[in-house]
Write a protein that binds this ligand. Structure first.
Ligand code: PLP
Length: 351
């Protein structure tokens, strides 16, 4: 098997798994005042500090959550306070599920800054959501330019950095930043929302007042312990970019790389094979032991075309794209093995 679906979930990092297992073995609730509770609290605060340090925040302004979706939701629901919400057209469903006005993207997948400016100028103060990098195409958005526009119009900027964190440097221009543990190589079940000092989101989960009243509920300590370790280990790696580039250089004639004209995450490649549905491609690649995913979601038996690719102006081809995303531990022969299977698939499906 060759695992090339890191954007769905990263390969586990052994040290993060070990930290999670160690936290599972220890008794103690981080909210308890006795010695066992204090030991659990230490694990929690160490992880908080590691996540804050890795992504440019402060521990006191970092809310630990149960994942990226919760961090996005806390930012958009908790910080809006009457503001209009504007969100990029290629945002993840975690953001898209919250009522908003859409900011279009350009054909290369990057946020349309002129459209953002027009939207900001035309109404009440806004809360703007822009992802640092897209999960399907890897396209990196112009965060610094978007932040300058937000500042000029008194808007807050929420950045979904779930895919970018640990893979590229993230400019410190956000008011809030969402990350997810399992995209860093930690066990699933933890995330974080980093906040600019002074911002206090209204909780979306109420309860025992944990996380300084910003998120109720006992923290998922094992996953958080893993996330703290993974945050320190996940750093940009030129090796992965070289493997991805070698893979794209060997694609057969006719295969198209989406967003190639834009800056992209080094591990991600979204490849259209015109005329062949993504589902058929996935099936053949899976039989060959290659784990990749399709941009199009399949719900109740019906294939929906990727909203990301539709927003970039692709028509039919929005249902003919697969996403290859290299994990941090991708083997050195990943490009060769993928290309061998891909070329064989193309021959078979074009026949
Ligand atoms: N945002 C982006 C860009 C993502 O890719 C994902 C997951 O794929 C999420 C948010 C949601 O993160 P989680 O799976 O931790 O809820």
């Amino acid at each position: 098997m060759l695992y090339l679906d890191a954007n769905a979930t990263e390969s586990p990092r052994p040290a993060a798994t070990e930290a999670a297992i160690a936290a599972m073995r220890a008794a103690g609730n981080p909210s308890s005042v006795h010695a066992a509770g204090r030991a659990a609290r230490r694990i929690l605060e160490d992880a908080r500090e590691a996540v804050a340090r890795a992504f440019g925040g402060r521990p006191a302004d970092t809310v630990l959550t149960a994942g990226g979706t919760e961090a996005d939701t806390l930012a958009l629901r908790g910080l809006a306070a009457g503001r209009r919400i504007l969100a990029g057209a290629t945002e993840h469903p975690a953001v898209r599920a919250i009522p908003h006005t859409e900011i279009p993207v350009l054909p290369d997948g990057r946020l349309d800054l002129a459209a953002l400016e027009a939207l900001l100028a035309g109404g009440d103060p806004a809360l703007v959501a822009v992802m640092a990098a897209n999960n399907e195409t890897g396209v990196i958005h112009p965060l610094e330019d978007a932040a300058a526009l937000c500042r000029a119009h008194g808007a807050l900027l929420h950045v979904d950095a779930v895919q970018a964190a640990g893979r590229i440097a993230i400019p410190p221009v956000w008011d809030s930043l969402a990350v997810s543990g399992h995209k860093l190589g930690a066990p699933m079940g933890a995330g974080a929302l980093l906040l600019r000092t002074g911002l206090q989101p209204a909780p979306i989960i109420t309860g025992g007042g944990q996380e300084r009243g910003r998120r109720g509920g006992t923290e998922p300590l094992p996953a958080i312990a893993g996330m703290g370790v993974a945050a320190g280990l996940a750093v940009p790696d030129a090796r992965i970019g070289a493997l991805r580039d070698a893979m794209e250089a060997g694609l057969p004639e006719g295969a198209l790389v989406v967003g190639r004209a834009a800056p992209r995450l080094p591990n991600t490649s979204c490849i259209v094979l015109p005329g062949i549905s993504a589902e058929r491609q996935l099936l053949v690649l899976d039989q060959a032991g290659i784990c990749v995913s399709s941009g199009s979601a399949c719900s109740s038996g019906k294939v929906a075309r990727s909203h990301v690719l539709l927003a970039m102006g692709l028509g039919e081809q929005a249902g003919q794209a697969i996403r290859v995303s290299l994990p941090w531990d991708a083997p050195e022969d990943s490009a060769e093995r993928f290309l061998e299977a891909y070329h064989a698939m193309v021959l078979r499906l074009r026949r």
